[in-house]
Each structure stands twice: as structure tokens, then as C-alpha cells.
Design a protein around this ligand. Structure first.
Ligand SMILES: [Zn+2]
Length: 508
């Protein structure tokens, strides 16, 4: 009997505990010439079964070709929450395939909603961002040409660019269709039919071998789960050193999409703030009251994120597969259930020469790759542009309110572009690096929050300083507004390029 990768406490798919009772296991036939088992004599039925399972799983073959299933990633986004909520069998969403674009490896203990938001972000957000930008530009042109009506400024103001951009983004995020075929165990392995489920688990090596890349939805316990480590080892074994593995931290999706939503709401409120009636200073004070605590919380979270990478680094440096946990052991092998550990360790041993060799591989190569990716590739330039895009759309609306001539529209358009393409990414990149340097927790909570606040104050000062350079020096130096705008845009893009290309990568 071999138990699967599904922990009973976390199995919300409507199925029962994912353990294979002995009668469920489709015992693979010995390959011709493989008689090593018979050399051990006498041998128990249990050991013989484990030996046969090891021999089969380690070949990374499929029990039968039509066991290989994958699901279009858009169906995961569109339908999995509904199926999960209603307890419907998800395997009907997947179909038989010859290859898998990406294998999604995840820890069942991690929160389901976080994993869903991460899948939404990783697969759908960038195309949705492209659609949003397209619609915002169309709205900008139509609004500038007075084809779209302007509202009375004393009531709710028109926000055509913001409305089109943000509306198109969320619609495309949820409704667009991508054909990438991914492997998600919930949908690609039968959860109700125990024999089919057993066949799927036995073919796990075959699934991994036929996957072009692997997405690891990393959570705090990922490297402590035996089946997660097994999936990782099988993928590295079958694809070699150049195995394409993407790491995704648990809060990446919620943070970026939350940031996008906050920018959307904040931009709408700012557009409708009656600056002329309430006064600029009151507006700035209110803006600061909302933004400074929000930014402080964000910086505080980034510092905590780097500390979690420290913890992962430490865990992986001391990685020992004997400390990995599996559901069978946690359930204390009820009703005579035997342990997965023997079969999985034997497979790993076959692939890497010995368990110790695999542990060394995790402690060095896998650790370096995972930690490096989590520290350096989480915050990417396109992701910052995506999160800050509502601010750009709102500024596009603002420009049209205050400028009616095409020349001035063009001149003023360079300003939001400069901030969006250059200033925001530059400041955020810098804050990210400073947060890494100052990630250590201070002795008291107050001091710790004060440190995060200091980083925010520095970032705001830097932002205002750049604003001052633009407003005072650059405009005075270059009286021609178009030249000044173009010069500012060039400087901002250069700053962003320097910070993103020349700033040293974070090392562990
Ligand atoms: Zn066990």
C-alpha cells in the first residue's frame, strides 16, 4: 500500500483520504531481466510490492498512455473555484494529452485562495495588462477628440481612461482564454475512483518527465513535504541541470493584485477630489494619512518576506530527507497502511546514486536556484508597471481635463509616462534592495515598525526630490516644455534602466 500526495485534512475536493489500499494498487509487472528482488530471500509480500513499485516509478513511465491528462490553464481560472466549492469532480475538466506545458507543484497545506490568486497572476495578468493598456489608449484618443463626453467638473468626473483600463484588466484577467496545458493534481488525477487515482500517483514520474517546465507554488512547508521534494527531484532528474523551474512565493499574487486594486480605488478618489474647493494642502495631508501607513505596511511585509527566504535558505542548507513529512506517517499508518517513504526514497536513490547525493544536490544547486529566484525574480519590471498602471490611466484622464490643445496633450503625456516607466520602478527597486539590507527584525515591535517607516520616508523624499528637479531645475533649464518633458522622460528611463540592469543581484 502506498499513500498519495493528498493529505486527508486538506482534501477538500470531495474525495476521501488519498491513500491507496493494497487492493487498489495496479501492481506493475517486473521488467524482463530484473530479478533483483528474488535475490532477497525470503522476501515479504510488502517488500516485494514496494520493490515493484520502486522499479516502475523510477522508470518515469506511464501506467498507460491515456493516464496522461492536462487542463487548459484558463479552465483552472474559470471553473476550478466553482467545482471546488460545489465538491464536483474536477477530472472532467482535464483531457488526455501527449505533453504538458507546465507541471504545477504545490503543498496541500498552503492556503487554496493564495494558490488560486498566484495562478491567476502568473498566467493571466500580463495578457490582461496588455488588453487594459490598449483600451485605455483608445479611450484617451476618443476622449481627447471629444468623441467621449466630458462630465460636469462639479459632479463625478469622467474617468474614461481609468474606467476602460481597469475594467478591461479585470474582465480579461477573469475571462480571457489561454491554451497552455498545465498539470494540476486535483484536476488531472482521479480523486473519486481509487484505482484510477492509484494509477495516477504511480505515473507521477511519467507526468513530470513529460512536462516542459515546473511551477513551484512555494509555501513555508514545501521543502518539508516528502511528496513535494519527490516531485522536485523527479523533475530535476528527468530534465537535468537546465530544468526550467519557476518559483512563486505565496503572497506574490495577492500583493500585486491587491496593489493594483488599491491603485485603482486611490486613483478614482484622487480624480474626484475637489482640489479647487478643498485646497491642495488638505488633499496632500489626506493622501499622506492614507498612503504612509499603507506603504509602511508594504515595506514591513517585504522585510518579512526576505526573512522567510533566510529561513528557506537555512532549511535547505540543512536539508535532510529523513525530516520530510508525509501524510501516511502523520496518520500513523492506520489499518495496516504501509509507508510511502520506502518507495520514494528508493526512487530518489536510483536517480541520484544515493539519498545522500540527492540531499547534497538540494543543499547546493537546488538551494541556490530557489533562493536566488525568490530574492531576485519576484519583483520584475513588468509586474511593477502592471500594479501601477491605474495611476497612469488616471493621469491620462487628468491631462485631458486640463489641456485641450493636442500640443499640450502630448507635452503633458510625457509626465505620467516618466513616472510610470522610470520613477516608480526606480524608487521601488531601491526600496526593495534597502528592505533586504535592513531585513533583520529589531528588538521591539515599535522600533521595527519605525525602521520600515524610515525606509518609506526615504522613498517619499526621493520621489519628491525627483519631482522638484523636474519642476524647478529642468523646466528652468529648458524653457521649451516639449524639450523639458522629453529630457525628463529620458532621464527617468535611464535611471530605471541603470537600477534594473546595474544594481547587483541579491546574493545568499
Ligand atoms: Zn509513512
Amino acid at each position: 500500500m502506498v499513500s498519495g500526495s493528498v493529505d486527508p485534512a486538506e482534501d477538500r475536493s470531495g474525495g476521501e483520504e488519498a491513500s491507496l489500499q493494497e487492493e487498489d494498487v495496479p501492481i506493475p509487472q517486473e521488467r524482463q531481466g530484473d530479478n533483483s528482488a528474488s535475490e532477497v530471500s525470503p522476501i515479504s509480500d510488502e517488500r516485494l510490492l514496494a520493490h515493484r513499485l520502486t522499479n516502475f516509478i523510477s522508470t518515469m513511465e506511464l501506467i498507460r498512455p491515456d493516464i496522461l491528462r492536462a487542463i487548459p490553464v484558463s479552465l483552472v481560472v474559470h471553473l476550478i473555484p466553482w467545482y471546488w466549492w460545489r465538491g464536483l469532480p474536477m477530472v472532467s475538466l482535464s483531457k488526455v494529452t501527449h505533453g504538458i506545458d507546465e507541471f504545477i507543484s504545490h503543498c496541500w497545506q498552503a492556503a487554496a485562495w493564495q494558490k488560486y490568486i498566484n495562478i491567476l497572476l502568473l498566467y493571466q495578468a500580463l495578457p490582461a495588462f496588455g488588453v487594459a493598456t490598449f483600451f485605455a489608449i483608445i479611450a484617451f484618443v476618443l476622449y481627447a477628440l471629444d468623441i467621449l463626453p466630458a462630465s460636469d467638473v462639479t459632479t463625478l468626473k469622467s474617468a474614461w481612461c481609468l474606467g476602460s483600463g481597469v475594467g478591461a484588466f479585470y474582465l480579461a484577467l477573469l475571462l480571457s482564454y489561454r491554451r497552455s496545458m498545465v498539470f494540476l493534481d486535483l484536476a488531472c488525477i482521479h480523486q473519486e475512483d481509487r484505482r484510477l487515482k492509484a494509477e495516477g500517483i504511480l505515473s507521477m514520474g511519467g507526468f513530470l518527465k513529460r512536462s516542459k517546465s515546473m511551477l513551484v507554488l512555494w509555501g513555508g512547508r514545501y521543502v518539508q513535504r516528502l511528496w513535494c521534494v519527490f516531485e522536485l527531484s523527479a523533475f530535476i532528474h528527468s530534465h537535468g541541470e537546465r530544468a526550467s523551474i519557476r518559483m512563486c512565493p505565496p503572497l506574490l499574487g495577492p500583493t500585486l493584485l491587491g496593489g493594483h486594486f488599491a491603485f485603482s480605488v486611490g486613483s478614482l478618489l484622487l480624480l474626484n477630489w475637489h482640489w479647487e474647493r478643498e485646497g491642495l494642502d488638505v488633499g496632500r495631508a489626506l493622501f499622506g494619512l492614507v498612503c504612509v501607513p499603507a506603504f509602511t505596511f508594504a515595506v514591513h511585509s517585504v522585510r518579512a518576506y526576505f526573512r522567510s527566504i533566510d529561513l528557506l535558505d537555512k532549511q535547505l542548507r540543512q536539508f535532510s530527507i529523513s525530516e520530510c513529512q508525509s501524510s501516511c506517517c502523520e496518520a500513523e499508518h492506520p489499518n495496516g497502511m504501509s509507508c510511502d517513504r520506502q518507495v520514494l526514497l528508493s526512487c530518489i536513490s536510483k536517480w541520484f546514486g544515493s539519498v545522500q547525493a540527492f540531499e547534497l544536490c538540494v543543499q547546493s544547486d537546488v538551494r541556490a536556484r530557489m533562493v536566488h529566484q525568490l530574492a531576485n525574480d519576484t519583483l520584475t519590471y513588468p509586474r511593477i508597471l502592471l500594479a501601477a498602471s491605474p495611476a497612469l490611466f488616471a493621469l491620462m484622464d487628468l491631462i485631458i481635463w486640463f489641456n485641450t490643445e493636442i500640443y499640450w496633450l502630448m507635452v503633458e503625456l510625457y509626465r505620467p509616462l516618466s513616472y510610470w516607466l522610470g520613477v516608480f520602478p526606480f524608487v521601488i527597486k531601491l526600496v526593495f534592495h534597502i528592505s533586504h539590507r535592513l531585513r533583520a527584525r529589531l528588538c521591539t515591535m515599535c522600533l521595527d515598525i519605525l525602521l520600515s517607516l524610515t525606509i518609506v520616508v526615504f522613498a517619499i523624499s526621493l520621489f519628491l526630490g525627483i519631482n522638484l528637479v523636474e519642476e524647478i531645475y529642468l523646466r528652468q533649464l529648458l524653457p521649451n516644455h516639449l524639450h523639458a518633458s522629453l529630457a525628463f522622460l529620458s532621464i527617468c528611463i535611464l535611471l530605471a534602466a541603470l537600477s534594473w540592469c546595474c544594481m547587483p543581484r541579491i546574493r545568499y
